[in-house]
Design a protein around this ligand. Structure first.
Ligand SMILES: NC(=O)c1ccc[n+]([C@@H]2O[C@H](COP(=O)([O-])OP(=O)(O)OC[C@H]3O[C@@H](n4cnc5c(N)ncnc54)[C@H](OP(=O)(O)O)[C@@H]3O)[C@@H](O)[C@H]2O)c1
Length: 312
């Protein structure tokens, strides 16, 4: 049975993705920050699809420690020592699931915070959720991926609205902070990560000292504007948006279909509105891209182990 990890599977697009994958018979690990909510969603998915091979695992992308625990539990489970973290408890130890390999990692979870507060790792929360923790999770899980597996990162049309530079890890003051701009910056950083990862995974399979599973594809998708929780601004405009904006947004099911096209395609690519194209990095700065990778690795290594064989 092929295992797919979907982050942020408890609601929105992640839930819709899990629905489709469950109907197709995959083993799904729903990586959720709210396990109770995840369990409720899981029960509904099982009731709808009859696929009982679905589980919920605790993952809070606001914490690099939680990301590392998720990775460790997955590794332990393969060795038969326990299970994936669930509300702080291990579960699922079954004497070793040595064939448990990740067929796809769908980095779907995302957030946009109204205020610029740092996480315990001293990273601004939107950047932590949408970028640094995705970097940590993905590089940490790489050695558990199956041959020919796929990594899918979720971008946004907002990547077209901003650029990032070497102050990306500075925490903005409340006065200068603009939540949409910070969200866009986090997605641009994720786009650079997608670009670098695709390059490094490819290079590492050729003559690397430590071999990674071959033929990993790294994709990014932009689901378009979708009627989900993330577009709620938490202000007085929400009721108006509910009437005049939400009805014209895509349904989560349509967005899920776009993401899952990347899974079928299984080649490094970017899917914009469901069509293949190049990553929207018009003025790709290779030096900056390498700098960003190295700086992020430094942050991640303070808390966890990061896939060193990808380092240049
Ligand atoms: N909706 C759009 O218009 C749109 C457009 C472009 C890109 N996207 C991207 O699509 C992805 C899915 O978003 P969505 O539209 O489905 O929004 P959503 O309904 O708000 O779902 C976001 C998911 O991420 C989870 N999440 C948030 N913070 C987390 C954390 N710290 N740790 C683990 N999980 C966390 C949420 O968990 P809870 O269920 O506990 O809240 C939820 O399941 C995001 O990456 C978003 O940036 C969305």
């Amino acid at each position: 049975m092929q295992t797919i990890i979907v982050t942020g599977a408890s609601s929105g697009i992640g839930r819709a993705i899990s629905d489709v994958l469950a109907a197709q018979g995959y083993h799904i690990i729903m990586a959720c920050r709210n396990v109770e909510k995840g369990e409720r969603t899981k029960d509904e998915i099982i009731a709808n699809t009859g696929n009982r091979n679905i589980e919920v695992a605790y993952l809070d992308l606001l914490s690099l420690k939680s990301v590392q625990q998720f990775i460790d539990k997955f590794g332990e489970r393969r060795e038969g020592n326990g299970g994936i973290e669930r509300s702080g408890e291990g579960y699922g130890g079954n004497g070793g699931e040595s064939k448990l390999k990740i067929y796809a990692l769908i980095n779907n979870a995302g957030a946009m915070f109204a205020e610029p507060l740092p996480t315990e790792d001293r990273i601004e929360r939107t950047l932590a959720t949408n970028y640094t923790s995705v970097f940590a999770l993905t590089t940490g899980l790489l050695s558990f991926m199956a041959d020919g597996s796929t990594i899918i990162n979720t971008l946004s049309v907002m990547v077209h609205t901003t650029k990032i530079d070497r102050n990306i890890f500075d925490i903005p003051s409340a006065k200068e902070y603009k939540r949409l701009n910070q969200y866009s910056r986090s997605k641009v950083a994720l786009m650079y990560f997608t670009y670098e990862l695709a390059k490094r995974v490819k290079d590492s399979s050729v003559g690397a000292t430590v071999s990674l599973p071959p033929n990993i594809s790294v994709c990014a998708t932009d689901p378009g504007v979708v009627n989900t929780g993330i577009i709620t601004m938490g202000n007085r405009l929400d009721p108006l948006a509910n009437i005049f904006f939400r009805p014209f947004c895509k349904k989560p099911e349509t967005a899920a279909e776009i993401t899952l096209r990347a899974l079928r395609h299984r080649q490094n690519s970017f899917l914009y509105k469901g069509h293949h194209s190049n990553l929207p990095l018009p003025q790709l700065d290779e030096e900056f891209s390498r700098w960003l990778w190295n700086e992020t690795a430094t942050f991640v290594e303070k808390t966890g182990r990061f896939c060193r064989q990808l380092q240049e």
